[in-house]
Design a protein around this ligand. Structure first.
Ligand code: HEM
Length: 314
């Protein structure tokens, strides 16, 4: 069954009729799925809020390259999620939560990707490792355990509806994006007039699903997994962000110890471009010192210098 609220006018009406009254919000029981999810993912939520990437983002410590990668991760995640939601739109364990008009983010993310990468964006981006693991789980759930799909929808859409406006403002300010919305379409739920009311409405829909306690517990467990997948993506972005920051030190040559990936050395990159021997003074010195003949000459020089110093002192 598809959503029986086909237009946003109907949804507005439903929001008003069912959730406009404050007393309605108290009619929950601890065994309602919405309550089990809220309580059961509290710790995960705290941990997600406290990941370095999220904390930095909230402080506006994000650069455009990293934001583009975060948008890419969201694009792949929502493509998978919405593909599986479309697949299960008539499944009784998901149908009442199918709101493509109001919630789906893929089209908005495509606009953001076009804005950041240009028309040929698809050829320029790839799905990161952590995002791929998340995406694979979403597909597995959608195809094998559709009753758990609600966990993935809950974790993302309820979070997006809760923090979207704040995150949008942070991104616009930090990256100097236009306040007309280019690059931040993801955060704009055009067809949700009141996010707070919609969330109440969505909770009521979750609570009306015909589920036994065991399945509800499995959904909470899956939601905790979904939080975990998100944290893995944040941690991956944080790592990439740190290396981007190091490389972006204006005009500075990154300090390195000769270990690690030689191809990341800027002199090495220059050498590849010029097709000559390595121009990096550090790598050249290390290479020279590795030659036994030079080591012998160097040892002789040190011994001679030590002898001269001893002769002078005595
Ligand atoms: C610093 C980052 C974050 C802050 C400040 C934050 C803040 C909040 C707040 C205040 C609410 C309650 C909204 C309400 O009840 O109306 C909320 C709900 C929620 N957030 Fe976050 N959040 C953050 C990050 C995240 C992340 C990273 C995720 C998941 C990937 C997430 C998922 C959720 C979910 C699923 C809910 C709904 C809880 C429920 O009512 O059952 N949040 N968040």
């Amino acid at each position: 069954m598809a959503s029986d609220l086909e237009t946003s006018e109907q949804l507005d009406e439903a929001e008003k009729n069912s959730y406009g009254e404050p007393e309605q919000e108290n009619h929950t029981s601890p065994t309602d799925l919405s309550e089990l999810l809220k309580e059961g993912t509290k710790e995960s939520h705290d941990r997600a809020e406290n990941t370095q990437f999220v904390k930095d983002f909230l402080k506006g410590h994000i650069n455009k390259e990293l934001f583009k990668l975060a948008t890419t991760a969201l694009y792949f995640t929502y493509s998978a999620l919405e593909e599986e939601m479309d697949r299960n739109k008539d499944h009784p364990a998901f149908a009442p939560l199918y709101f493509p008009m109001e919630l789906h983010r893929k089209e908005a993310l495509i606009k953001d990707m076009e804005y950041f990468y240009g028309e040929g964006w698809k050829d320029q981006v790839q799905c990161s490792e952590a995002t791929r693991t998340y995406v694979e789980r979403i597909h597995y759930v959608g195809q094998n355990e559709p009753e758990l799909l609600v966990a993935h929808a809950y974790t993302r859409y309820m979070g997006d509806l809760s923090g979207g406006q704040v995150l949008k403002k942070v991104a616009q300010r930090a990256l100097k994006l236009p306040n007309t919305g280019e690059g931040t379409q993801f955060y704009l739920f055009e067809n949700v007039t009141n996010a707070q009311q919609f969330k109440q409405f969505y909770r009521a829909r979750m609570n009306a699903l015909d589920l036994d306690r065991k399945t509800k517990d499995k959904i909470v467990e899956e939601a905790n997994k979904a939080f975990e997948y998100n944290m893995q993506v944040f941690n991956e972005l944080d790592k990439i962000g740190s290396s981007l920051t190091e490389e972006a030190q204006d005009g500075e040559v990154p300090v390195h110890d000769g270990k690690g990936d030689l191809s990341k050395c800027p002199y090495y990159a220059a050498k590849l471009g010029a097709g000559e021997g390595s121009g990096c003074p550090f790598h050249q010195a290390v290479a020279l010192l590795r030659q036994p003949s030079l080591q012998l000459v160097l040892a002789a020089c040190v011994a001679l210098a030590a002898g001269l110093v001893a002769w002078y002192i005595l």
